[in-house]
Design a protein. Structure first.
Length: 768
C-alpha cells in the first residue's frame, strides 16, 4: 500500500514540481547553478550552515558577472572584483550563499562559471623531424623567425632556465610572466608578476615545477631556440610572454594563499571564527588572457597566445559572457590558438531520434562507477529508460516522472539492479534503509539545469563489491519513449563511460562531437593533431615512442577530437603534427618512473652549468603550439592580421591529407587541412600571383646570407636562380656555379623571394 501511495504522489506532483526542479528564470550558467544547488541541498540536509574544522564555512567561487550598476551589487553582497573587463563585465569572487540573492538582483544580468580546464597532452608524445611544420622556423632564418612578435603561452610546468628560452648570452627571452600561485607578502596582489627578463630568470621556474612538464614543452615547440641549435621551435626569435594557470588540481598552499587574498579584500565581513574556501573555475583563463593582451598593448607588439588545455564542450557548458569578453580582445594582431582536444578515440555522444527507439551499448571503465548526462527539451522532459549489465539478470528501470518528484524535495533518486528481491515497502521518497550490498548495481539520478530550453538528468552508476567485474563493464541503454534526446559522457571526475568498443589509445578514433572548449569558440583558431612520426631515436640509440596509436603516418591522430561543436560549428580549423613531438624537457620535473622518462628523451646537453634535455610528448597540445608558432611568423610578415585573416590564409594554403577531403571545403576532421607555413607566408606577402614562384621550399638546399652574397648549399651547377621583389618583379635571373655562391645586386633592404629552377622557392631578407 505504501508503494502504491508513492506512485500516486508521483503522478499528482510531477507537473507542479517540474518548474520547481528546473529554474528556467535563473541568470546563472548551468554549471554554476548546479554548484549552488548542491551547496543549498547540503545545507538543507545538514540542518545548519556548513562547518569544517569546527568553524562555519564561507565558500567563494570565481565567476563572470554582467551588471548594470558597475560593481556596486557585487560588492554589496560580499563579492570581490578580480578583473574589470569594461562594458559592465567583471571577474569576481562571489560568496556561494549570495548567488541566489544576486540571481534575483535587477542590476545583475548574468553570472557565469564553468568547469576548470585540464591540459591536452593526453599523456603522450612529440618528435624531431617534423620538417613541414618546422619550415617556418628553421628553413627561413634570414626572413621570418618571429622577430617583433610576442609568443604567449598559458600553461603549467615552466622551466625558465632552459636554454630554449634564453638568448646566447644567457639572458631570458621571457619579457613578462604572471604567476598567480606564487607566494607574495603583498595581500593586495594574487601571486607575483614578473615584469622583466631578469625577474623571470631569478625565479627559475613556475610553482608546481616538479609536478608537470607541459608548459615548457608547449612553449619550446611554439618559440623555443632548442638545445645546441637543434629542435628549434617555429618562431625562435619571438619575445616570450605567459602565465602559469591554475589547471585541474591546484595545491593546498595556493588555496590557502587565495583565501588570504580574499580575506584581505572582504573588509566588512568578520572572518575571525570562519573558514574561507574558494571554488576554482575557468574564469581564471580569461583573466590570464586579458592580462597578456594588456601587456602586449603596452609593448605595442602583435601577440599570438597558445591555449593547450580545455574541457569538453558538454550539455552543462555555457560560455556566453566568456565568449563576449574574448571577442573584445581578439582582433588585429591579437590571436588565440587552441588545441581541439584528445577525445576523438572515444564515442561519447549519442542522439536518439523522436520516432525511433534507442538500444545503445555502453561501456564503463573503472571500479568507482561512472556518469553520463541526458539532455531533452524542457517542454517535454518525460521518458522511461531501462539499463542492463553483463552478468546481472535484473534490469534498472527509471521513469523520469519519479525522478522529478523525488528531486523536487531535494532527494537523490535511486534505482536498483536487484541481487535480492526489492523490498515491497521501499519508498522512493525515503532512502534511509538503502543497503548497497543488496544490489549489484545502483543508479543515482539527479535533475540538471542545462541551457537554451533544455532540461537534463545526470545518471551515476555504482557497482557494488558483489558485482563480479567492477573494472570493465558492458551494459545497454534502452529507451522506447517517442521523444528526441541526447546522451553524452559526463566530462568531470567520472569521465570513463563511452558508447563503442573503440580503445581510445589504439583506434583511429575520429569520433564527432568531441571538440573541447575553448576550441569550440568561432574566432579561436582550433587545431587538431596529425600522426606524422610513428617513432624517434632516443638517447639510448633505440627506436622509441611515447605510446602506440592505431592511426598511421599522414593521417589524423587517433586521439584528435573532431567536430561539429555543440553549437554546430565545423571545427577544427586546421591540423598540424602532434604525435611524437620533440621539445623542451622541464629540468625541475620529477617523475616516479625515471626509467620510462629516460626512454622518451632524445637529447641531452649541458648549458649554463646545468644539464638540460629534449623529450617527446603527443596530443593536440603539441599540434596547437606548432600552429601558433607558424602564425607568429605570419604576424611578423603582417602584424595586423585578424583571426578572420588567419583563417583565410589557412583556407587558401592548407593541404588536405586525404583525397576524399580535397579542395577548399572545410570538414570536421581536418578543417581546411594541414597548415603550410611557407605557402601561408607567400599568400600574406602577395607572392602567390607570380607564376614562376613555387609554393614549396626546395628539398636538400640550405640558404644563408653573408651581406649581399647568397650561399645555396647543395645546389648543382647551371641551375637557374631568379630573385623577385615583393611586387613580383624579377630583380635577378642567373645560373649558379657548383659552389652555390651568388652575389646579389645592390638591392634595397627588405624581403625577396628566391626561385631555384623548378625545385622550389624560399624567402630571404636583405639588410642595409
Amino acid at each position: 500500500m505504501k508503494r502504491q501511495l508513492s506512485t500516486v504522489l508521483v503522478v499528482l506532483f510531477t507537473l507542479s514540481m517540474t518548474a520547481q526542479v528546473w529554474n528556467t528564470e535563473t541568470k546563472m550558467s548551468p554549471w554554476l547553478l548546479n554548484k549552488f544547488e548542491q551547496q543549498q541541498t547540503a545545507v538543507r540536509n545538514n540542518g545548519i550552515p556548513l562547518r569544517a574544522q569546527g568553524r562555519p564555512v564561507v565558500r567563494y567561487i570565481l565567476a563572470l558577472v554582467e551588471s548594470t550598476d558597475s560593481d556596486s551589487s557585487i560588492k554589496q553582497k560580499g563579492g570581490v572584483v578580480f578583473q574589470d573587463f569594461g562594458g559592465g563585465i567583471f571577474a569576481a569572487f562571489l560568496p556561494m550563499d549570495s548567488l541566489g540573492v544576486l540571481d534575483r538582483c535587477d542590476a545583475i544580468l548574468r553570472i557565469e562559471a564553468n568547469e576548470p580546464n585540464r591540459p591536452h597532452n593526453d599523456n603522450t608524445s612529440k618528435i624531431l623531424g617534423v620538417d613541414k611544420a618546422r619550415a617556418g622556423g628553421e628553413e627561413l632564418p634570414q626572413a621570418f623567425r618571429g622577430e617583433g612578435v610576442l609568443a604567449g603561452v598559458m600553461d603549467v610546468g615552466f622551466d625558465f632556465t632552459h636554454p630554449a628560452f634564453r638568448h646566447d648570452d644567457g639572458t631570458s627571452r621571457i619579457v613578462w610572466f604572471w604567476e598567480p600561485q606564487a607566494e607574495n607578502d603583498n595581500p593586495d596582489e594574487l601571486g607575483r608578476t614578473y615584469t622583466s627578463p631578469e625577474e623571470v630568470l631569478a625565479a627559475e621556474h613556475s610553482t608546481g615545477e616538479t609536478d608537470d612538464n607541459h608548459g615548457s614543452h608547449v612553449w619550446g615547440s611554439m618559440a623555443g631556440r632548442g638545445l645546441d641549435g637543434r629542435f628549434v621551435g617555429m618562431a625562435p626569435e619571438a619575445d616570450l610572454i605567459g602565465g602559469h594557470m591554475p589547471l585541474g588540481n591546484v595545491s593546498d598552499d595556493f588555496m590557502v594563499r587565495l583565501s588570504k587574498y580574499l580575506a584581505s579584500h572582504i573588509r566588512e565581513m568578520n572572518l575571525t571564527d570562519k573558514l574561507l574556501t574558494v571554488e576554482i573555475s575557468d574564469v581564471f583563463d580569461i583573466v590570464m588572457l586579458y592580462q597578456i593582451f594588456k601587456k602586449a598593448d603596452e609593448l605595442g607588439k602583435p601577440c599570438v597566445v597558445n591555449w593547450s588545455f580545455g574541457e569538453p564542450d558538454y550539455f552543462e557548458s555555457d560560455h556566453k559572457l566568456f565568449e563576449s569578453v574574448l571577442n573584445t580582445m581578439l582582433g588585429p594582431g591579437r590571436i588565440v590558438v587552441a588545441s581541439a582536444g584528445n577525445d576523438g578515440g572515444k564515442l561519447v555522444y549519442v542522439k536518439k531520434e523522436a520516432d525511433k527507439p534507442l538500444e545503445q551499448d555502453v561501456y564503463y571503465q573503472g571500479g568507482d562507477g561512472c556518469m553520463f548526462d541526458i539532455r531533452i527539451k524542457i517542454d517535454n522532459p518525460f521518458f522511461k529508460m531501462a539499463m542492463t549489465f553483463d552478468g546481472v539478470a535484473d534490469t534498472i528501470r527509471i521513469d523520469t516522472r519519479d525522478v522529478i518528484a523525488v528531486t523536487a524535495f531535494g532527494k537523490e533518486y535511486m534505482a536498483f539492479c536487484c541481487g535480492v528481491p526489492e523490498p515491497e515497502d521501499w519508498d522512493p521518497f525515503i532512502l534511509d534503509d538503502y543497503d548497497p550490498e543488496d544490489h549489484p548495481f545502483t543508479a543515482f539520478v539527479n535533475t540538471m539545469a542545462f541551457t537554451d530550453g533544455y532540461a537534463g538528468y545526470r545518471v551515476r552508476l555504482a557497482p557494488s563489491d558483489a558485482y563480479p567485474n567492477s573494472y570493465k563493464i558492458k551494459g545497454k541503454i534502452l529507451i522506447d519513449t517517442p521523444v528526441e534526446l541526447e546522451i553524452e559522457e559526463y566530462p568531470g571526475k567520472f569521465n570513463n563511460v563511452y558508447f563503442s568498443e573503440d580503445n581510445p589509445m589504439n583506434s583511429r578514433g575520429c569520433h564527432q562531437r568531441t571538440i573541447t572548449h575553448p576550441g569550440s569558440v568561432e574566432r579561436i583558431i582550433t587545431v587538431g593533431a596529425m600522426h606524422q612520426c610513428t617513432s624517434f631515436i632516443n638517447i639510448c640509440g633505440e627506436e622509441a615512442t611515447y605510446r602506440e596509436f592505431g592511426s598511421e603516418d599522414g593521417h589524423l591522430a587517433s586521439f584528435s577530437s573532431c567536430g561539429p561543436t555543440v553549437s554546430g560549428l565545423v571545427k577544427p580549423d586546421v591540423v598540424a603534427p602532434g604525435h611524437n613531438i620533440l621539445s623542451v624537457y622541464n629540468s625541475f620535473f620529477v617523475s616516479a618512473d625515471l626509467d620510462s622518462i629516460e626512454k622518451k628523451i632524445a637529447y641531452k646537453s649541458e648549458a649554463f652549468g646545468k644539464e638540460y634535455a629534449i623529450w617527446t610528448m603527443s596530443g593536440t597540445s603539441m599540434a596547437s603550439p606548432i600552429t601558433a608558432g607558424v602564425i607568429a611568423l605570419w604576424l611578423q610578415a603582417n602584424p595586423n592580421l585578424t583571426p578572420e585573416d588567419i583563417k583565410g590564409v589557412i583556407q587558401r594554403t592548407s593541404i588536405q591529407p586525404e583525397p576524399e577531403f580535397s579542395g577548399t571545403d572545410k570538414n570536421v576532421y581536418y578543417g581546411w587541412g594541414e597548415i603550410d607555413a611557407y605557402a601561408g607566408l607567400l599568400d600574406i606577402l602577395g607572392l602567390t600571383g607570380i607564376k614562376e614562384i613555387s609554393k614549396h621550399q626546395p628539398v636538400g638546399l640550405k640558404f644563408r646570407l653573408e651581406g649581399h652574397t647568397l650561399h645555396i648549399d647543395g645546389i648543382d651547377s647551371s641551375e637557374t636562380v631568379t630573385v623577385f621583389d615583393l611586387s613580383g618583379r624579377p630583380v635577378l635571373r642567373t645560373e649558379t656555379s657548383s659552389d652555390g655562391i651568388l652575389p646579389l645586386p645592390a638591392l634595397p633592404a627588405g624581403v625577396y623571394a628566391v626561385q631555384v629552377s623548378r625545385r622550389g622557392s624560399t624567402l630571404i631578407r636583405l639588410s642595409e
